[in-house]
Design a protein around this ligand. Structure first.
Ligand code: BEZ
Length: 189
């Protein structure tokens, strides 16, 4: 799959005609939404886990030196906590552009609490996209993140903001928190 996923995402018409759709955020969307939304609620998805396995050529790195940002990968029994936004479908054109570096829209059940879930969308970067970097140790990922910077700022800022936002939501993410610990050590505390 090429880097640019805008056209593939435009063809995703599952929610066409709806007034509003829930969007699940597990990365920067947890702490920053640069688009209008109707409502915002902590939420989770089941069977997926967050991993810093996606390369970023256009936000937290460059084509020559990509950063590492979050995607989700399937893991039976896992729960990925994040933030859901109720948006009008027009917002997806903006998000498709912002996330054109390998992320595809996927329909998914979004859980708000034990009794309440709704089908919505999540952006996911899979192993077949050209920017995918894949698995590495948390130490290697931290070293990679410590060195990367892109048009949206230092890669470390993304990781540290995400870790802080998860902490404020009251969720422990071992992968993210281990990278954070290594990163803080590399930066001297
Ligand atoms: C997120 O923050 O959940 C996210 C949104 C779009 C693409 C990748 C991640």
């Amino acid at each position: 799959m090429s880097h640019n996923t805008i056209e593939i995402n435009k063809a995703m018409d599952k929610f066409d005609g709806r007034h509003s759709v829930w969007l699940f955020g597990y990365g920067s969307l947890i702490y920053k939404a640069d688009f209008p939304y109707i409502e915002r609620r902590p939420a989770s998805i089941e069977g997926w886990t967050r991993r810093f396995w996606q390369g970023s050529h256009d936000h937290r790195g460059t084509p020559e030196a990509p950063g590492r940002v979050a995607t989700i990968v399937p893991q039976p029994g896992a729960v990925c906590h994040g933030m859901a936004y109720l948006v009008t479908p027009e917002e997806f054109a903006h998000l498709d552009h912002r996330e054109k570096n390998g992320y595809l829209r996927l329909a998914i059940d979004i859980h708000f609490d034990e009794e309440h879930s709704e089908e919505g969308l999540v952006y996911i970067a899979t192993a077949d996209n050209a920017a995918f970097l894949g698995e590495a140790t948390e130490l290697d990922i931290a070293q990679h993140i410590a060195a990367a910077v892109g048009p949206s700022g230092p890669n470390a800022e993304y990781l540290l903001h995400l870790a802080q936002a998860l902490r404020e939501l009251g969720h422990h993410d071992e992968h993210v928190f281990t990278i954070e610990r290594h990163l803080r050590q590399l930066r001297g505390g």
